[in-house]
Design a protein around this ligand. Sequence first.
Ligand SMILES: Nc1ncnc2c1ncn2[C@@H]1O[C@H](COP(=O)(O)OP(=O)(O)OP(=O)(O)O)[C@@H](O)[C@H]1O
Ligand SMILES: [Mg+2]
Length: 319
Amino acid sequence: MRIAFVGKGGSGKTTLSALFSRHLARSGAPVLAVDGDINQHLAEALGPTEVSAPPLGEHLTSIKDYLRGTNPRIASPEAMIKTTPPGRGSRLLRPLGDDELHARHVGRAGGVPLMATGEFDESDLGVACYHSKLGAVELYLGHLVDGPGEYVVVDMTAGADAFASGLFTRFDITFLVAEPTRKGVSVYRQYRDHAERFGIRVAVVGNKVTCEDDLLFLKEQVGDDLLTHLVQSPWIRAAEQGRTEPGPDALASLEPHNLHALRVLRETVDSHVRDWDRLHRHAVEFHLRNARAWGDARTGEDLAAQVDPGYVPGPAGLT
Ligand SMILES: Nc1ncnc2c1ncn2[C@@H]1O[C@H](COP(=O)(O)OP(=O)(O)OP(=O)(O)O)[C@@H](O)[C@H]1O
Ligand SMILES: [Mg+2]
């Protein structure tokens, strides 16, 4: 299952991505945390870095070359854009699988396997690399064959940027983190309207709730989309100040209310049924859009021809 955390800047996306990943890891479930933000803070939120690994964005060409495999519809890594869908011959990935991409790019922080898209650096100023780095996660998810009980948790960029590409359609469920403020819920409205058009599931997770009025405000503004909420947390503040013990067991001392919220998130994910056809349909749709908008011109190819009509999405493609 792929889970995205989105929301306004500072709402708590990184904090909740880290807490949820640690919560899953602590139960022994296979989980990969992905820092999909160009401001890379997820490692820090997870805990001490145990293994560092280069971000995906640093090796985009070799990743493309690996993923295209022997797919005859993709002539070169240069012809592959972030939305290029897999077809027959493409290499598909299993979460944390035994392959060169995971071997090179998965690090570890706070006991949780971690992968990152890559930082925005000087050389990216004013050029398209900004989006191509985020595109690395889109490519990764596009080629991932994951199943129930496997979790990929992605900490996304702030605000509406998260749906500036087709990336927002690559998830089973999107948790929108909202503080009980007007600005906090305004991102929710934007996201909801966008997601509805694509039948994407968005659930709101209230955060930093301090009193009954906060909760009433969220209920009023968000209605049934409000899944659960976390309260303002001295535990999180202490962690931020480096005052909590590292390691998976530290989570045991998180406030009971917040632990309960993490359980609700997991139950919500676990009750979700993957729809491979929907995922693939959106992958193709966004690929064609990107091809028309800039991809064909950039690569000098007809990228619509990369869509393999005979490709069966999902586990069938692994054999
Ligand atoms: N429930 C909470 N209780 C107390 N502090 C919290 C809570 N949730 C988040 N915070 C604090 O709020 C601040 C912002 O959180 P965080 O960095 O997770 O937000 P973000 O949405 O990832 O921000 P950005 O948009 O910059 O990536 C951090 O200092 C974090 O420790
Ligand atoms: Mg963040």
